[in-house]
Design a protein around this ligand. Structure first.
Ligand code: PGA
Length: 250
């Protein structure tokens, strides 16, 4: 069965609750494409107002982070149960900004992946190389190591329902997109890694997104590649342009 495309906006640390509500409502009629799963991953404080704004639309809700713990004395953290109760279905885990600025390492991210799956959230697990790693020719080895570390203890059935986002760090927010061939090379390698850890059938099911300066101009070519099943969109997810990305096939 063909994999359904999944286009997710990563709003990052943008939009106050009232601005978020406005943006969600503005975008809702523009992102109505039944061929695509559409997700807004929004700041924690925006989850409740955005859930309200997208009620009755095809848009699904995502969070940008979650705690690896269930509940209790973890000041400032947000649990999977809280997210689920607010209507969240997806959660971004291991974005390079969290790895880099908040020192989230693979062991910690692995616990978050396991927690999300245990609770019934769908992880959007991010991986990606730096420019130095790309230039040193170690991209595929690095990505494979990240994936293997972050998926420790995850079953084949669980991984089949997950989303993996390949986001070269040098392409995030820089306007410098990976070429469609560069993106496809790594997305195909991620699928091979999944086949290696699990089996070919599982690898065929997992959805792999590309992220990094994806926009209305380059999305069509990227999404035409056989191993690119969607996009994780930063900057362009905050504008009407997001609707043109979701409708890339029209
Ligand atoms: P960008 O961000 O589209 O602004 O490059 C993508 C991301 O970080 O998820």
């Amino acid at each position: 069965m063909a994999r359904k495309k999944i286009i997710a906006g990563n709003w990052k640390m943008n939009k106050t609750p009232s601005e978020a509500k406005e943006l969600a409502a503005l975008l809702a009629p523009l992102v109505n494409n039944p061929d695509v799963d559409v997700v807004y991953c929004v700041p924690a404080i925006d989850i409740v107002p955005v859930a309200e704004a997208i009620r009755g639309t095809n848009v699904q809700l995502g969070a940008e982070n979650l705690s690896d713990q269930n509940s209790g004395a973890f000041t400032g953290e947000i649990s999977a149960d809280m997210l689920l109760d607010a209507g969240v279905k997806y959660v971004i885990i291991g974005h390079s900004e969290r790895r880099q600025y908040y020192h989230e390492d693979d062991a910690f991210l692995n616990r978050k992946v396991l927690k999300a799956l245990e609770k019934g959230l769908i992880p959007i697990l991010c991986c990606g190389e730096t420019l130095e790693q790309r230039e040193a020719g170690v991209t595929l080895d690095w990505i494979s190591l990240q994936i293997k570390s972050d998926l420790q203890g995850v079953t084949a059935e669980q991984v089949a329902g997950m989303v993996i986002a390949y986001e070269p760090i040098w392409a995030i927010g820089t306007g410098r997109t990976a070429t469609s061939d560069q993106a496809e090379e790594v997305c195909a390698a991620i699928r091979r890694t999944i086949a290696e850890i699990y089996d070919a059938g599982t690898a065929e099911k997992v959805r792999i997104q590309y992220g990094g300066s994806m926009n209305a101009g380059n999305c069509k070519e990227l999404l035409a590649k056989p191993d690119i099943d969607g996009g994780l969109i930063g900057g362009a997810a905050l504008k009407e342009e997001f609707g043109r990305i979701v409708n890339y096939n029209k």
